[in-house]
Ligand binder design. Structure first.
Ligand SMILES: [Zn+2]
Length: 227
């Protein structure tokens, strides 16, 4: 097991504000002040209200995002959200039309070893460097994942699949990776931040979505423990 106190904590979460890229052209997030601090007093309440799409910023897709009756975010057991983490670095190759293939993963395994059961696999495409500019959304053209790669990862019995772009699928793909991963009742994490700070192997990730009852997606805090 890992010695938590000997680990460095790495925040893999983007800030959420009203100017970040989302799947739709309109971000949809807003923060309003319901009550502000009183200027004259040292102690007073400031009360805010958030309005937000569920799939905002660094967020989780639960199986229910695509499948009726499948687990929602609140139903994901905590012990499935703490995982060995592998980082697959394809940032040298990944342009806006890049698709991760089974071959990339086989090459990665030759160098770094077999991906462990129950891992969170994070695909580091380097696209995260464009966050939060419009170029990140890029009319929904960004590096994504191929169906053969998703199937290969399921043969390794991964628990979750993360990527540093808006989605594991581009719209043209008919959302085959969502179908494959969520259909296997695993989870997806999109808009992973700072994937470049992860080692290829040896770290652990804690994936904590807001516990929204019946939620199909939820913003989250994603943290890596790096020995
Ligand atoms: Zn998604």
């Amino acid at each position: 097991m890992i010695e938590l106190s000997a680990c460095k904590l790495v925040d893999l979460t983007h800030d959420i504000h009203n100017n970040i890229p989302t799947w739709d052209t309109n971000c949809g997030f807003s923060l309003s002040i319901m009550q502000d601090h009183e200027p004259e007093s040292a102690f007073s309440f400031k009360v805010q209200h958030y309005n937000t799409p569920a799939g905002i910023g660094t967020h989780i897709d639960a199986p229910a995002h695509c499948f009726k009756g499948a687990p929602t975010v609140d139903a994901l057991p905590l012990n499935t959200l703490f995982n060995p983490c592998v980082m697959i670095d394809v940032s040298g190759d990944a342009d806006e039309d890049f698709l991760l293939s089974e071959q990339h993963l086989k090459t990665w395994e030759k160098q770094h070893g077999r991906i462990k059961k129950n891992s969170l696999a994070i695909i580091h495409t380097g696209w995260g460097r464009l966050w939060p500019k419009p170029a990140y959304r890029n009319n929904l053209r960004f590096p994504a994942i191929g169906l053969d790669a998703a199937r290969f990862l399921l043969t390794r019995d991964i628990r979750g699949l993360g990527i540093d772009t808006l989605s594991v699928d581009r719209p043209k793909s008919s959302f085959v990776v969502h179908r494959e991963i969520l259909g296997a009742h695993r989870f997806i994490i999109e808009n992973v931040a700072h994937a470049d700070l992860l080692p290829e192997t040896g770290s652990y990730a804690l994936s904590l979505p807001l516990k929204i009852k019946g939620g199909t997606e939820a913003p989250m805090r994603l943290v890596a423990f790096v020995p």
